[in-house]
Design a protein around this ligand. Structure first.
Ligand code: UDP
Length: 323
């Protein structure tokens, strides 16, 4: 299959491209390089510099490339930033998808695999099932939920087939160490902890220990980026084989507290951490039920929390060695 990967120069998009090419498919990347890197674009991918909010950029790609499936990764994803810049989040995340769907309609491209997030569940308690109520508590989650609904309505009206993936907490790097989460984008727990281990930061601050959880710190479900990226290959194949449109969680069915993550890192390499105040917009617990993805895609995440931490560490050590 020939897949357009919108945002294929970013962290997760670049991993999807690597998994597609490994699986024998062709990848076309569209990215405005606002937070992506040319270094992350697979050498075998066809690259277009352009913006999904600009219909002309999409026309150029769809006129030149026969596309079977579109994957969308071109979103802003940082919760605290979304609290400060909600309009920017709506413009980039929601308008970007609206223009993309309009272009797909115009060029008769029927299949889309869309990156959404556990943040659509908001203050979840326990394990999130896809049919649970969606009630985001930050603009990031709101923009992703708006896109989910737009895709569902557009599918109904225009006959798109879609797989919407709700990601839980993604970390780690491709086994080749050619790609990973780059240096200047770091706000997420695992890479921040690893940077601390490597002496790039003085310490890790745990944001709040007064949440209603077993040790008072937030609980998240961590998933290796390569497991997540491979699910996209399966999702695209599923659509081309006539699978019906679905929303699926991508997580591990298992939650770890921030303190447990810090302690797991500490067992691998000494980590200095302290407890600070809560961060705005953080729900206490987010864990995925991944039964749907297991059932429909036969997808099983293969990496453990320790694998994820070691993989991020190996990538960051490599980055550190670069001049
Ligand atoms: N976190 C933390 N210190 C940090 C970064 C994150 O305590 O330096 C916590 C954060 O408050 C949340 C969890 O780690 O409870 C996961 O946050 P992250 O930003 O990695 O992902 P999110 O769940 O917000 O998408």
């Amino acid at each position: 299959m020939r897949v357009l990967v919108v945002g294929g120069a970013g962290y997760i998009g670049s991993h999807a491209v690597y998994e597609l090419i490994r699986d024998g498919h062709e990848a076309v990347v569209l990215d405005n390089l606002s937070s992506g890197y040319m270094d992350l674009v697979h050498p075998q991918a066809v690259f277009y510099k352009g913006d999904t909010r600009h219909a002309k950029d999409l026309d150029l790609v769809f006129d030149n490339e026969p596309i079977d499936v579109v994957m969308h990764f071109a979103a802003k994803i940082v919760v605290p930033e979304s609290m400060k810049e909600p309009l920017e989040y709506y413009h980039n995340n929601v308008e970007g998808v609206r223009v993309l769907l309009a272009a797909m309609k115009k060029h008769r491209v029927k299949n889309i695999v869309f990156s959404s997030t556990a943040a659509v569940y908001g203050e979840a308690t326990g394990i999130c099932q896809e049919e649970d109520e969606t009630k985001p508590i930050n603009p990031y989650g709101e923009t992703k939920l708006a896109c989910e609904k737009m895709i569902e309505w557009a599918s109904l009206a225009h006959g798109f087939n879609h797989v919407i993936f709700r990601y839980f907490n993604v970390a780690g790097a491709d086994a080749s160490l050619e790609i990973g989460l780059m240096k200047d984008q770091l706000t997420h727990l695992i890479p921040v902890a690893i940077q601390t281990v490597l002496g790039i930061r003085e310490k890790l601050t745990i944001y709040g220990d007064d949440y209603p959880t077993k040790d008072g710190t937030c609980i998240r479900d961590y998933i290796h980026v390569s497991d997540l990226a491979y699910a996209h290959v399966l999702g695209a194949r599923y659509l081309l084989e006539g699978g019906k449109s679905q929303t699926m969680n991508l997580g591990s069915n298992q939650g770890y507290s921030v303190l447990e993550v810090a302690q797991t890192v500490h067992q691998i390499a000494p980590l200095k951490y302290d407890i600070g105040p809560r961060r705005e917009g953080d729900p206490a617990t987010l864990i995925a039920s991944n039964d749907r993805a297991r059932q429909h895609l036969k997808w099983v995440p293969e990496h453990t929390l320790e694998d994820i931490i070691k993989s991020d560490m190996a990538f960051r050590e490599k980055l550190n060695r670069k001049p």
